[in-house]
Write a protein of this length. Structure first.
Length: 240
């Protein structure tokens, strides 16, 4: 019955703002029919969106078009951003060590490293975000705890005959599902990459914000961080 309805003769009588949305490919109704509707209604807006016939499948595009048509603006969702301290830690010279040990022994060593890092993250209330090979990315809601965790990781891996290194930065990062992203994460990664064996390196942001904690620092001077604007002053953490 719906297919038999013919409204062509009443379309010119419509004199209200009209939005006609059609999606393609549509196996049931040719998009040209939607275009014809819009052409016959004075001032109508025609929008062709990707997708099938059923509007409840992937409806976001339809909802966005309706919102803009009714309000004149399209809502843009603000990314979920969180202020935290970001920790990167890994094993110094891991590639060379893996080649020396062989796959099986390296896997055992890596498991011991994972266990030690996760133990300290739990003890210092850090949140593990992800791992890649011998690298850990974690976040903290407390700066001093993050620094002390990095120092504890450095000390806890010594019995395995390896040296760790860590980099920390504090800033806003974007939540991306279970992962994190943004310039703050990039800065933390660059700081970590510049750390030496057994070194915990922090950005000037971390050093300034943690004043009064009793943690000591040694100035490592200004550095260019690859892909990051400006020059950044880095500091080495003393015994904490």
């Amino acid at each position: 019955m719906a297919a038999d309805i013919d409204v062509r003769n009443v379309l010119p009588a419509i004199h209200v703002p009209t939005l006609v949305i059609h999606r393609t490919p549509d196996r049931l109704i040719n998009p040209d029919n939607g275009r014809f509707l819009a052409e016959q209604i004075a001032g109508a807006k025609f929008v062709l969106l990707p997708g099938g016939h059923a509007p409840w499948i992937d409806p976001d595009g339809i909802v966005d078009e309706i919102e803009e048509f009714l309000t004149g603006v399209r809502h843009v969702a603000e990314p979920d951003r969180v202020l935290a301290t970001i920790l990167f830690t890994d094993i110094v010279g891991s590639t060379k060590r893996a080649a020396e040990l062989g796959d099986h022994r390296w896997r055992d060593l890596l498991d011991s490293f994972y266990s030690a890092v996760r133990k300290e993250l739990e003890r210092h209330r850090g949140k593990e975000v992800n791992t890649a090979g011998d690298s850990f990315l974690a976040t903290f809601d407390g700066l001093a705890r993050a620094i002390r965790c990095a120092c504890a990781i450095r000390d806890s891996v010594h019995p395995f005959g390896i040296q760790g290194r860590s980099g920390l930065h504090t800033g806003e990062y974007e939540l991306m599902g279970d992962d994190v992203g943004g310039i703050a994460v990039n800065i933390g990664a660059r700081v970590g990459a510049l750390a030496g064996p057994d070194e915990v390196l922090v950005s000037s942001t971390v050093k300034d914000l943690v004043a009064g904690s009793g943690i000591s620092f040694k100035d490592r001077g200004p550095h260019e961080l690859k892909g990051v604007p400006d020059t950044w002053r880095l500091f080495q953490v003393g015994d904490s």
